[in-house]
Design a protein around this ligand. Structure first.
Ligand SMILES: *Cc1c(COP(=O)(O)O)cnc(C)c1O
Length: 381
């Protein structure tokens, strides 16, 4: 059946129904060649020449992600950061860009360091405040608005449709880091975004064993061609084996994300009002910032990421993380195993992460086990 006639979960499970023509294999071969045969008449009719430009190992993962996001094209990158920074490098020195204060810390550091040195005029705003965004926009000069929703590490929600409208009115593109939402929960392009970015390292792969990134575009335009050239020229391409693993991971995306959402929601509800918890930060809670927007622009759940502020401050938070037995004390997110970390320790100076906060990436384990482990870790705090 044509992918357009089936639900996204079916399209993902079957990787768009692809079967290898030669062998009838239902999962793709792993191509590792770095170069391709030229025809005797000096042409490259296969469309493939050298691996930095193109790789058959990318085709299925890119096609599936493009399908799930409803895009006009998708590109894999060597990492989420390679994908994100390429979007900014496709602009010109002197261009003004607006990005959120609450944002993946690695990108914030790069924007405030390299990007500014390179000549971008970077302005960080509170993206939950549309009036603040509107004040920051400089029609004609602002070329890009970057948002992340739900946003690291406090999971605040940004209204994609409203942000797109403001950005477009000022003549700027809107790019959305949709790593945490995944295409299971949100399709930013349908809400008006121009580019979607994923740290495919996280949910898309889902098994904490691949570093990869991705961009999906609403239109195959001059900006997209510039992004293609950047990936090619910087060699920001993912390896063949990583691309192969990524497609394998994406086939279980829906079951993993749906289970992680259910677990996160249960954990958030269980610990709300808990005597050892100062606050639960999770967009699925009715009292959370942006809950109404999240309920509108996310379907089927509010994501697998939440944060807990621990009573007793930084020392109590770190001590709680030290006592977990089932949760793994590690950074990153989106894997099948649940991870916990004291986020301020990772982000360092300038981080919006409260010092009493633990960031939780909920995996697909039994929710009761995950809650019991946190309970025993908190009991001694
Ligand atoms: C991890 C992450 C990134 C960076 O991705 P890498 O693959 O580690 O380079 C960007 N944005 C978000 C939201 C992330 O979680």
């Amino acid at each position: 059946m044509e992918p357009k006639h089936i639900k996204p979960a079916s399209a993902a499970a079957q990787a768009l129904g692809w079967v290898d023509e030669k062998t009838r294999a239902v999962s793709p071969p792993l191509h590792t060649a770095t170069t391709y045969l030229r025809d005797p008449d000096n042409q490259y009719r296969s469309g493939r020449g050298y691996i930095r430009a193109d790789n058959p190992a990318f085709d299925q993962a890119e096609a599936l992600l493009n399908h799930l996001e409803g895009g006009a094209g998708a590109m894999l990158f060597s990492s989420g950061m390679a994908a994100a920074t390429s979007v900014f490098l496709a602009l010109k020195p002197g261009d003004h860009v607006v990005a959120p204060k609450v944002i993946y810390w690695g990108l914030r550091n790069w924007l405030q360091g390299f990007a500014q040195d390179w000549g971008l005029q970077v302005e960080l705003v509170d993206m939950t405040d549309l009036a603040a965004l509107n004040r920051a926009l400089q029609p004609g000069r602002t070329k890009l608005v970057w948002i992340e929703t739900p946003a690291n590490p406090t999971w605040v929600i940004t209204d994609i449709a409203a942000t797109a409208e403001l950005a477009h009115r000022a003549g700027a593109r809107l790019a959305v880091d949709s790593t945490v939402a995944t295409p299971v929960l949100t399709q930013p392009l349908a809400l008006g975004a121009d580019v979607v970015m994923h740290a495919a390292t996280k949910y898309l792969n889902g098994h904490s064993d691949v570093l990869a990134g991705a961009l999906v575009t609403a239109r195959d335009d001059e900006f997209w061609q510039r992004l293609k050239a950047i990936r090619h020229d910087l060699g920001a391409v993912v390896g063949s084996f990583e691309a192969w693993l990524l497609l394998r991971g994406m086939r279980t995306l829906f079951v993993r994300v749906n289970t992680a959402c259910r677990n996160a929601q249960q954990i958030a509800e269980h610990f709300a009002g808990h005597p050892r918890i100062e606050a639960v930060l999770y967009p699925g809670r009715p009292t959370a910032q942006g809950h109404a927007i999240a309920a509108r622009q996310m379907t089927g759940g509010f994501g697998g990421m939440l944060s807990l502020r621990i009573k007793g401050g930084e020392a109590a938070a770190i001590a709680t993380a030290a006592r977990v037995q089932l949760w793994k004390r590690a950074t990153s997110l989106g894997g099948v195993e649940s991870l916990i970390e004291h986020r301020a320790s990772i982000e360092g100076a300038g981080s919006p992460a409260p010092v009493d906060m633990l960031r939780l990436s909920t995996g697909i384990e039994d929710a009761g086990d995950l809650i019991a482990d946190l309970e025993q870790a908190l009991a001694k705090s």
